[in-house]
Design a protein around this ligand. Structure first.
Ligand code: HEM
Length: 346
C-alpha cells in the first residue's frame, strides 16, 4: 500500500500543541488578561526545550556510562557535540526571559491570583534535569518541600533520576579510567623534583611547582591541594583519582588526545554557568515582577531563588580545579615514554 504523504500539521501534531493554550482569565465571567497567553506560551516553550535537553543529556549519559569508551570511535565527540547543543539551548532559554519581561507587573497582577498554587516550582522536568546532571537530594536547598506540590507520578520520575547514574557520576567514573598514571612504564623517563614517599612522581613534582606559584595570601590553597592530590580524599562528587585526571587534562589540553576530554570538562562548566545565569535572570525578573511577595508556589519567592542559585551549582568541583592551575611555562615537562601514549600515531 502506498504510504500517505506526511502532512506538516499532522507530523507536528499541531492540533494538540496549538489547542493547548487555555488562559484561566478567558473563562466565562472573568475579565480576559491579554498577557496570560504569552505567559502560557513561554512556559510551554520552556518545557519543550527542557524535554529536548533531557533527551540530549540521557543520550550523553548512555554513552558515558559504558564500562569503556572506545577512543577509536566518534563516541566522545558525540557526547561533546550533544552537550554543546544543550548549552546552545540553555543560552536561548536565558534570552527568553527578555520576552517574559515585556509583561509588566500590573499586567501580571491581572491574572496572577488565578494561577495559585501553580508555579515553575512545579516544573518536574526542571527538577529531573537538575537530578540527571548530578544535583543530589542532600544538596538541594529546600529538600524538605521540593516535591511537596507534585503529583506522585512526577515525584517518581524525579526520584528515579536521583537514583540513576547522573552525568557527573559517569564523567567521574570515566575520568577514573584515564590510564596514564596506572603504568610505571609511562613515567620511566620522568625526572621528579621534591619526590615524596609513596606519592606518584608527577604529583610530587607538580605539588612543588604549585607551591612555588602561590602568593602568601593563597597558602591555604596548598592544604586543599594536598588533601585531594596527595592524601587522595574525595572532593564533593569527584574522587581523588578523577580530580587528578581532570586537572591533568586541563593542564595538558594542548596534546591532541586531551582535546576532546578538555572540551567535555569545559562543557560541564558552561552548563553550570548557563543554568546559573538563567537562575539569576529569572530571580531578578521575579523581583521586578512581584517584589517581596511570596511566589504562587508558596515559597519565599526571591529568597528561595537566591538560595537555590547559590547552592545548585552541580559541577563546582570541576570549576574548583582551576585554583590548582599554574602558568604554562612552569608545567613539568612530560616524559617521552608518556608522550608516545598521548599521540594518535602509535
Ligand atoms: C512572571 C513570570 C514569573 C514569575 C513571577 C515567577 C516566579 C517564580 C517564583 C516566585 C518561584 C519560586 C517558587 C514559588 O514560590 O513559586 C519560581 C520558581 C521557578 N520558576 Fe518561575 N516565575 C516566572 C516565570 C517563569 C518561567 C517563564 C519559567 C520557565 C519555565 C519559570 C520556571 C521556574 C522554575 C523552574 C522554578 C523553580 C526554580 C528552582 O527551584 O530553582 N518561571 N518562579
Amino acid at each position: 500500500m502506498e504510504k500517505k504523504p506526511v502532512y506538516y500539521h499532522d507530523y507536528l501534531q499541531l492540533d494538540k500543541i496549538l489547542g493547548s493554550q487555555h488562559p484561566e482569565s478567558f473563562e466565562r465571567n472573568r475579565t480576559p488578561a491579554h498577557d496570560e497567553m504569552l505567559f502560557i506560551i513561554i512556559h510551554q516553550s520552556y518545557e519543550l526545550w527542557f524535554k529536548q535537553i533531557l533527551f540530549e543529556v540521557d543520550s550523553a549519559v548512555a554513552v558515558m556510562k559504558q564500562p569503556a569508551i572506545n577512543d577509536n570511535t566518534p563516541e566522545l565527540q558525540t557526547v561533546v557535540h550533544r552537550l554543546n547543543r544543550v548549552i546552545t539551548i540553555l543560552k536561548v532559554l536565558v534570552h527568553q526571559i527578555d520576552i517574559m519581561e515585556t509583561m509588566t507587573p500590573m499586567d501580571f497582577l491581572d491574572f496572577r491570583d488565578l494561577l495559585r498554587p501553580a508555579s515553575g516550582f512545579q516544573s518536574w522536568q526542571f527538577k529531573t534535569l537538575e537530578a540527571k546532571l548530578g544535583l543530589q537530594y542532600e544538596e538541594r536547598y529546600g529538600k524538605e518541600y521540593y516535591t511537596s506540590q507534585l503529583y506522585q507520578p512526577e515525584i517518581n520520575t524525579i526520584k528515579k533520576a536521583e537514583q540513576e547514574k547522573s552525568l557527573i557520576t559517569v564523567v567521574n567514573n570515566w575520568l577514573e579510567r584515564m590510564p596514564y598514571f596506572d603504568s610505571t612504564e609511562n613515567w620511566k623517563d620522568f625526572t621528579a623534583t621534591d619526590q615524596q614517599e609513596n606519592i606518584h612522581p608527577y604529583w610530587s613534582t607538580y605539588r612543588a611547582c604549585y607551591s612555588n606559584s602561590l602568593a602568601e595570601a593563597e597558602r591555604n590553597n596548598l592544604e586543599v591541594f594536598n588533601t585531594i592530590f596527595i592524601e587522595g580524599k574525595q572532593s564533593g562528587q569527584l574522587s581523588a583519582k578523577a580530580s587528578r585526571a581532570a586537572l591533568f587534562i586541563m593542564l595538558y589540553r594542548g596534546y591532541p588526545v586531551m582535546h576532546l576530554p578538555f572540551e567535555l570538562l569545559n562543557n560541564l562548566l558552561e552548563i553550570d554557568e548557563q543554568m546559573s545565569t538563567w537562575r539569576y535572570r529569572h530571580m531578578n525578573m521575579v523581583q521586578r515582577m512581584i517584589g517581596t511577595r511570596i511566589g504562587t508556589g508558596g515559597s519565599s519567592g526571591k529568597d528561595y531563588l537566591r538560595a537555590a542559585l547559590d547552592k545548585h551549582y552541580i559541577f563546582k568541583e570541576f570549576a574548583g580545579l582551576t585554583s590548582f592551575l599554574i602558568e604554562r611555562s612552569k608545567l613539568p615537562a612530560l616524559p617521552a615514554s608518556l608522550i608516545r601514549n598521548l599521540s594518535f600515531n602509535m
